[in-house]
Write a protein that binds this ligand. Structure first.
Ligand SMILES: Cc1cc2nc3c(=O)[nH]c(=O)nc-3n(C[C@H](O)[C@H](O)[C@H](O)COP(=O)(O)O)c2cc1C
Length: 321
């Protein structure tokens, strides 16, 4: 099998993955992360399989847009209907993704109410069906890409033995464990002791399954030390990239304001080229990632925030440099 998870596994150090983040990790953001400090692996935003298998396919499918340089790239999917998982998995193989990941961790009320994502922690029957149908879809397409799940340590309470134990019996290639329960949302620190328990269970039940730990990693060094403590094979970083855009780099990096403005400009230009004039306002949330920690940062950000379009923002940046 063409198993990217096994390829990334290293003896003495963890591999690093950029976390899937809705409205953040689109093709533009991923291309910028590669420029700044490339991780070993990236994942798309979650893409709804039921929406993909409906007349709304075109809009939903935009989240699957990628360029070759973003590889290895995993497509993350979620939804309710196992038949749609199968259909979508078949297409994803054809699109060239390095693997498929199923979201069983999103805690958002509307999603959970439907029975999707983290609700599957309480519905093992549906979880098993979704996994087997997705696998069937990969096989339908004649594909040999790996299948993984991203989830949490439990629903109301940590429940690694039963929930992660169940997942470890599903013959998955990898499991990403976010060290919080569904109930905890993002309100308490991630519990890496529970992640370490998941690793011990893996060693007993399914040694070939790769375990990735996730939650609150704000630097590469911290990720490495948490990996050492917990025994995970890989570390997934989400919000930490906003704290330090060079987080995946092995050598400490700190660029000057001029260079960060140049990167910001490249981000805006690439965004405009990729999405046209759309999605401009949400783009502003990335400004802080580039313009932070310099004298006068907050004044510069306030100025840039007033921009009304891509062109406007690019002009403003040019005037600062
Ligand atoms: C804005 C945002 C969007 C997210 N979207 C997704 C998603 O689409 N799929 C997913 O599995 N997790 C999603 N997450 C959860 C992250 O992947 C990650 O599990 C969580 O942020 C904890 O990791 P961190 O502390 O490194 O950020 C999202 C998180 C954030 C902050």
């Amino acid at each position: 099998m063409n198993n990217i998870w096994q390829k990334l596994k290293k003896e003495n150090e963890p591999f690093f993955v950029l976390a899937p983040m809705e409205d953040v990790t689109d093709t533009v953001f991923r291309q910028m992360v590669i420029k700044l400090s490339p991780p070993d692996l990236m994942v798309t935003e979650f893409v709804n399989a039921d929406g993909y298998c409906s007349p709304g396919r075109e809009a939903v499918g935009r989240r699957l847009r990628y360029t070759k340089k973003e590889q290895p790239l995993i497509a993350q999917i979620w939804g309710l209907n196992p038949v749609n998982y199968r259909q979508m998995a078949k297409d994803l193989v054809g699109m060239g993704f390095a693997g498929i990941d199923i979201n069983m961790g999103c805690p958002v009320k509307d999603v959970v109410k439907k029975g999707a994502c983290s609700a599957m922690i309480l519905n093992h029957e549906l979880a098993a069906l979704v996994i087997s149908e997705t696998r069937a879809g990969i096989l339908d397409a004649g594909g040999d890409i790996p299948l993984s799940v991203k989830t949490r340590i439990g629903y109301n309470e940590p429940d690694v033995t039963s929930w992660i134990g169940f997942l470890l019996k599903q013959n998955l290639d990898a499991i990403t464990v976010h060290g919080r329960t569904r109930k905890q949302m993002s309100k308490v620190p991630a519990d890496w002791q529970e992640i370490a328990r998941a690793v011990k269970l893996r060693d007993k039940l399914s040694p070939q399954t790769v375990i990735v730990g996730n939650g609150d990693v704000m630097s590469r060094a911290q990720g490495e030390s948490l990996a050492k403590m917990s025994g995970v094979d890989g570390v997934m970083v989400g919000r930490g990239i906003f704290h330090d855009p060079f987080i995946f780099s092995k050598t400490a990096k700190k660029a000057d304001l001029k260079l960060m403005l140049k990167y910001l400009k490249q981000h805006i230009e690439l965004h405009q080229k990729t999405w046209g004039g759309e999605k401009f306002e949400p783009l502003k949330k990335f400004i802080k990632m580039y313009i932070s920690g310099f004298a006068g940062s907050s004044e510069i950000r306030a100025k840039l925030f007033a921009a009304k379009s891509h062109v406007d923002l690019i002009k403003m940046i040019d005037n600062i440099v």
